[in-house]
Structures are given as C-alpha cells and as structure tokens.
Design a protein around this ligand. Structure first.
Ligand SMILES: Cc1cc2nc3c(=O)[nH]c(=O)nc-3n(C[C@H](O)[C@H](O)[C@H](O)COP(=O)(O)OP(=O)(O)OC[C@H]3O[C@@H](n4cnc5c(N)ncnc54)[C@H](O)[C@@H]3O)c2cc1C
Length: 437
C-alpha cells in the first residue's frame, strides 16, 4: 500500500518540508489555496502519495488572515462565507471549532443615512433588482453580451451598479459576460468566521503535505511520467492537479510542454478582476459607531470605497475597492488607498475622523506575483470557458481553482469544491488504469 506521502507527515514543520523535495510522487498538486487543499484532503486515504507544491511560504493563497493590533482580524483576501447555507467551509469550521458569525452583511444599508437617504436607497435597490431580472431574462436567450448593455441609458444608478460590479466581479460591467454572471449561484446567505476565513482555510490545510517556497515553472507531459520543474529542483509525478490562478496560466508564468493552447486561451478568457482592502484602526471612541455598520463613499461614482464599520465589533473600519479604481490606487503606491478611504469617511462622518483613523494594513493583489489579481470573471462571449478549463487532459493533468467552478466561481468555497472534483477525477482515472481500460 502506498502512503499518503512517504517521508512527509502531517505536523511536520515548513522547514522540514523545505529541506527535501522527493524525486517522485503519485499526485502533485500545484498550489496550496482552497482548491489545492480541497484536492489534497479529498485524496487522503486513497493509497496515493500526494504532495502540494506551493510557491509561497504559507497555506491559503488568496485566503489569508492577518492578526493585527488589538485583536483586529484582517482577511486580506476572502472574508465572507458566501452562499453560506451551501458552503462546505461552514461544516469544516464547525468541525475545527471555528466560531461562525451568522450576522448578515449590511451592504444595502447606510449608517445614519448619511449621503444616501432611505428613499434613494429604496430607489436604488429597486433598480438593482430590475437590473438582475433583466440579466436573467437576457441569459435565457442563450446569447452572450456585455452586462453593461443591460444598464438603462441615463439611469441615475448606473454608476452604482458599475461600482457593485467592481466589488462582485472585480471589473466594470462592460467586461462581464451576462451568461456567466447569471450562472453564479448566490443564495444571499453570507456569514463570517470570527477568527478569519484565511485562518479557517489554513487550519483545514494543516495536515496536508506541502513543499513551500516551491514555484513550479514547467509541467512537461511529453513522457509517461510527468516532469515538474520547480524553483527547488525537478520532481516527477503520475498525475498533476493544477490550481494556480488563471492569469498565471494565461501569461505562461507556468508553462506546459507540449504547450496547451486551449487551456491558455480558456485562462485568457477568464482573467482576474481586482478587489483590494484597507484596514483602518479606529482610535478613541470607537464604540460610537455601530457594530457592523456600513457606508458607501459616494453614490454617484463607480470609483468609490465600501466601508465596513467596526467589523465583528472590532475597533476598525475596513475599506473595499474594486475594478479600475482599485488598480489606480494600487499603482499609486503605499498609502494611496488609505488616503482615499480616510477622505471619503471624513467627508461622511466629519473631520474628527481624520484624527481617529490610522491605516494599519492593506492588500495589493495585482502586484502579488502568485495571484496578479483577485478573482476570475468571464469576458463577454466566453462563459463556456470555465468548463473548458476544468476538463482533464489525457487522464493525467487535472485543473481546479475557483475559475473552474460552474456556479461558485470567484469564491473560496467554489475553489474548495473544484479541488474535490479534481481529486475525484484523479481517483476515477486510477480505477480505469486498475481495470485495464
Ligand atoms: C480582496 C479579495 C476578497 C475576496 N473576498 C471573498 C469573499 O468574501 N468570499 C469568497 O468566497 N471569496 C472571496 N475572494 C476570492 C477567494 O479568495 C478566491 O476565489 C479563492 O481563495 C481562490 O482559491 P484557489 O485555490 O482557486 O486559488 P489561490 O488561493 O490563488 O491558490 C493558488 C495557489 O497557487 C500558488 N501558486 C501560484 N503560482 C504558483 C506556481 N507557479 N507554483 C506553485 N504554486 C503557485 C499560489 O501561491 C496560491 O497559494 C476574495 C479574494 C480577494 C483577493
């Protein structure tokens, strides 16, 4: 019986795993994000040696929790357990003793009604519902178009609908496929893990055998055994599960030999949109603001922040930016996002907040070489590419990652499910070999 991973056991330190890369393995998984971890956990006990090759020095990929001062938990990547009533991470959290905060998000509210009176909010929410109804009706025709074509010319809420798209899709509506947007399954139940979503994903991945600081550069599948070139040497595998973000397949920072032009084309049709966050510590009377309050920076611009006041009751405000505006702010360098966030909050809550707010952390996902963006969207006309990217090759190379999920793409639980699906495909291919097919 082959072991889970000879020589590498659950509980080993990263240093131990850094010391030796085995020369061969049954299944190599590229990437220790939710998808890679999902695949590795699903392969436990299947009699296969498994190793995750991870470029970073940590688990989780785009799921990453940092603990900041005063107990402030910062989910640098995913924070919300979306579609929580169907999200496998909820059960995992319960098993691992992670407390779930079942409080609903306040995205559609505006604390104190500042700058966004209730009457206007109702008007906007009606228009948003109508927009998504039009999208559903348009998707039924089966013909794909940019989602921006569903905006009503001259409607006062178009900028806000575009802004919401930058948060949901990481891009403005002119880049988004109507068919893909409509395929997303949103049950509108959104919860949080109190200790952080990234911490939950890392805890779930803790038993997995991982070689950290191991960047894969080439997957050579020209021979019977697959040769994987990494920054720490070469390893061969019978099967490979690729879970890296689409942009890294699209720009061929991870290459295949022979080349896989169909996979590269699919990945290019599913680029990563951009979303970034900034965490501001709230000094002085932090309690004056309501727990889990919410403010929208502006209701007339697509480029504006969404502010979560005292998230989980913590003395902080978390700002969220998306799309072109997030890119501008990332490119403007350190402090640019925090400066905009503070200006917008001061504009709403008053000049006292310039003294009370202090930037303590922010993200820059586009500049992160192992992500180069936040989550995938499908370009108009390319909704079908998720299935193409997900399709295994020759029963030897398998593809997972959030972008391959048919209904929960762009999310962490979608990534997890895709990894489980790829693991099942690997086991299925093994049984076929055993049966001599
Ligand atoms: C700001 C932000 C907010 C988000 N909010 C939410 C949210 O609230 N809810 C939600 O569900 N989702 C959210 N997401 C999306 C979610 O984080 C991702 O969809 C999910 O974590 C992706 O998992 P994955 O395994 O597909 O990819 P990743 O997590 O990116 O994992 C891929 C792994 O591959 C590694 N890798 C890359 N290249 C190589 C290489 N050449 N060799 C070896 N390893 C490599 C990477 O380091 C990474 O660890 C958010 C993301 C961001 C950035």
């Amino acid at each position: 019986m082959r072991t889970w991973m000879p020589g590498i056991k659950p509980g080993m330190t990263m240093l131990q795993v850094r010391m030796a890369l085995p020369s061969e393995i049954d299944v190599a998984i590229i990437g220790a994000g939710a998808a890679g971890i999902g695949a590795a956990r699903a392969l436990e006990g299947k009699g296969l040696s498994v190793l995750i090759l991870e470029a970073r020095d940590r688990l989780g990929g785009r799921a990453y929790t940092r603990e900041l001062e005063n107990g402030i938990v910062f989910d640098v990547g995913c924070g919300w357990l979306h579609s929580a009533d169907k999200n496998k991470f909820v059960g995992i959290a319960e098993t691992l003793g992670f407390e779930i905060d079942r409080g609903r998000p306040h995205w559609s509210q505006q604390t104190y009604n500042i700058g966004f009176p209730q009457k206007d909010r109702e008007d906007y929410l009606n228009e948003m519902d109508a927009f998504y109804d039009r999208a559903e009706a348009a998707a039924k025709s089966g013909k794909d178009r940019p989602a921006s074509e569903l905006l009503l010319p001259g409607n006062r809420w178009n900028a806000m609908l575009n802004c919401i798209s930058t948060y949901i899709n990481g891009v403005e509506l002119d880049r988004v496929s109507i068919l893909d947007m409509n395929a997303y399954e949103d049950t509108e139940v959104n919860w949080r893990a109190k200790r952080g979503y990234g911490a939950l994903v890392a805890a779930y991945g803790a038993p997995c055998p991982v070689a950290f600081d191991t960047k894969v550069t080439l997957i050579d599948h020209s021979s019977r055994r697959i040769r994987i070139e990494t920054s720490r040497g070469t390893i061969t595998a019978a099967k490979v599960i690729v879970t890296v973000p689409t942009n890294l397949i699209a720009n061929e920072s991870l290459r295949f030999h022979p080349a896989l032009p169909e996979k590269v084309a699919a990945a290019r049709s599913l680029p990563l949109g951009l979303a970034d966050k900034v965490m501001l510590a709230l000094d002085d009377d932090g309690d004056a603001l309501p727990k889990d309050g919410h403010l929208r920076g502006s209701i007339t611009k697509a480029g504006t922040g969404s502010y979560h006041l005292r998230p989980k009751g913590l003395p902080a405000i978390e700002g969220y930016f998306g799309g072109r505006f997030a890119r501008e702010l990332e490119n403007a360098g350190d402090g640019a996002m925090a400066a905009v966030a503070i200006d917008e909050i001061v504009g709403l809550l008053g000049s006292d907040y310039r003294r009370k707010l202090r930037p303590i952390a922010s993200s820059a996902w586009e500049h992160d070489p192992f992500a180069t963006g936040s989550y995938s969207y499908a370009l108009p006309g390319h909704a079908g590419e998720r299935a193409k990217l997900a399709t295994p090759l020759d029963g030897r190379i398998f593809f997972a990652g959030e972008a391959t999920s048919p209904n929960f793409f762009s999310t962490c639980h979608g990534a997890l499910e895709s990894g489980i699906r790829a693991a099942k495909e690997v086991v299925g291919a093994e049984s076929e070999i055993a049966a001599g097919r």
